[in-house]
Design a protein around this ligand. Structure first.
Ligand code: TYM
Length: 328
């Protein structure tokens, strides 16, 4: 049994990209492995957040995890800020992170571009992410493609710490899904689908109603060929929709190309919309039942307690290795 860790930011309603790139893998992995799934609220505050909205988003994300099939009996679901070891080790890892390597992070470049005030926490974000992962002796980190660079840095930091101080941290492997690792915007299919997109038509939220999903997919940008064929370079819009249907149904891209042979984009888009609705509708029903339940709080309480047991043990080892505090 391996240890799995992954996190999602509570920075708005998740998109179908978050689901297909991340949560769907989490659900598949959890029965065979020891899994930790985190609501990374301390990462969310690296950009300005409204206090009340953040609280809502944290709760909403917990309900989304559970409604999507995360089983709290086999997985540990918790909120990052409720386990203080994360920021403690995060600080320690900042002390061995180099400015140059943090400056190279594309997520930092994208999020800071054109902004006047950029927080220093946005810059050191990857050291906190490394802390999340390394506190649990994590073997595997399932994420979408956009997190690959952060994972590479996490591996470097683990190796650097182990070489410089003591061999404490497991060097984790990244796991990226074969299909669905990078779901693109419906309006600009060469750009990643993102929950912070200002154009609401560019993404499908996991809580969009079926009619809205249908509407957004019907207005997705395609091309004038009229042929349903996977070709990322020349047909990014059609390829993205094929990827979405394939990840939602488990059918191969080839099988879907055959399904739509001789059919127009109207039929194709209807098929994609149906596949997305079939996945999201049952999740939405469970979500609304869970959102205000006491059960949700109990699960998060237990999750934080369980996570802290492991995290505190590893934090103590790391502090000792670095020479922090006193010998006890
Ligand atoms: P976040 O919150 O941006 O995204 C959560 C997960 O969703 C994946 N994802 C996508 N996958 C496919 N297509 C897309 N369009 C798409 N958009 C997002 C992301 O790759 C991610 O797996 N830094 C992380 C959060 C984090 C974390 C961690 C992850 C903090 N600590 C430790 C793993 C381990 C982030 O911002 O993800």
């Amino acid at each position: 049994m391996k240890t799995i860790f992954s996190g999602i930011q509570p920075s708005g309603t998740l998109t179908i990209g978050n689901y297909l790139g991340a949560i769907q893998q989490f659900v598949q992995l959890q029965e065979e492995h020891d899994c930790y799934f985190c609501i990374v609220d301390e990462h969310a505050i690296t950009v300005p957040q409204d206090r009340l909205k953040l609280r809502q988003n944290i709760r909403s994300l917990a309900a989304i995890y559970l409604a999507s099939g995360i089983n709290p009996d086999s997985s540990t679901l918790f909120i990052q800020s409720e386990v203080s070891a994360h920021t403690q080790l995060g600080w320690m890892l900042q002390s061995i992170s180099y400015m140059g390597e943090l400056e190279r992070m594309t997520q930092f470049k994208d999020k800071s571009e054109g902004k006047e005030a950029v927080s220093s926490a946005l810059f050191t974000y990857p050291s906190l992410m490394a802390s999340d992962i390394l506190l649990y002796n994590t073997d595997i980190v399932p994420v979408g493609e956009d997190q690959k660079q952060h994972l590479e840095l996490t591996r470097n930091l683990a190796q650097r710490f182990n070489n410089r101080f003591n061999d404490i941290f497991t060097v984790p492997e990244v796991k990226i899904p074969k299909v669905g690792a990078r779901i693109m915007s419906l309006q600009e299919p060469t750009k990643k689908m993102s929950k912070s997109d200002t154009n609401e038509k560019g993404f499908i939220s996991m809580l969009d109603e079926p009619k809205k999903i249908e509407k957004k997919i019907k207005s997705a940008v395609t091309d004038s060929d009229g042929i349903v064929k996977f070709d990322k370079e020349n047909k990014p819009g059609v390829s993205n929709l094929l990827t979405i249907e394939s990840s939602c149904t488990g059918k191969s891209i080839e099988a879907l190309e055959a399904k739509y042979e001789g059919k127009g984009y109207g039929d194709f888009k209807q098929g994609v919309a149906n596949a997305v609705i079939d996945v999201l509708q049952p999740i939405q029903e469970k979500y609304y039942a869970l959102l205000d339940s006491e059960e949700l709080d109990t699960i998060l309480d237990h999750g934080a307690e369980k996570a802290a047991l492991t995290a505190n043990k590893n934090l103590a080892k790391a502090k000792k290795a670095m020479g922090l505090g006193r010998v006890k």
